[in-house]
Design a protein around this ligand. Sequence first.
Ligand code: E4P
Length: 218
Amino acid sequence: MKFFVDTADVSEIRSLAETGLLDGVTTNPSLIAKANRPMRDIIAEICEITPGPVSAEVTALDYDGMMREGEHLRKIASNVVVKLPLTEAGLRACKHMVNEGAMVNVTLCFSAVQALLAAKAGATYISPFIGRLDDIGQDGIELIADIMEIYGAYPNIKTEVLAASVRHPVHLLQCAKLGAHVATLPPAVIRSLVKHPLTDKGLDAFMADWKKTGQSIL
Ligand code: E4P
């Protein structure tokens, strides 16, 4: 399973990239707004830090605008993935951009039939939002399960399921059990994955016993 980080905070990305656990990055207009710098500079810098796919979202809502913005974003670096909304215009733009050789991430997916349409449009990634479905009393993980089942029934579908709006480690565990290809995680969630109280307790005990020996390995 690939791990992407869902942020436009370049220092966080740099630090997580050093762990060797990062396979790519996703951004969205809200994350770019939070970083408060020109989008072009942010995406260029992220693409230098990570050789993996970096999703950059268009803000045009019409087909022509999406095509223009997509072309602009793709010129920033070869690892840019154009992020398009799951609308009629977005799917049309997806089909055309993919035919031109672009990588496309279709975002804001909230139903399995939407995911099927994105696959038919040739999307490289489909981004179903788990947490936002949970927020309105629906089951985000059930959506991942439905998409995995449908995509699995059609071996010609090459679109990868990129679980998004992942809020905690249990979401990730459930996505991994379902075989989701990618999960994009906020930095805090990535950092929380390594933690277990018994790891800390065990390490404290080992260190205390080692100290008693008075030895040094070197
Ligand atoms: C995905 O690409 C989105 O940027 C993201 O996962 C949305 O997450 P949120 O619902 O926590 O904002």
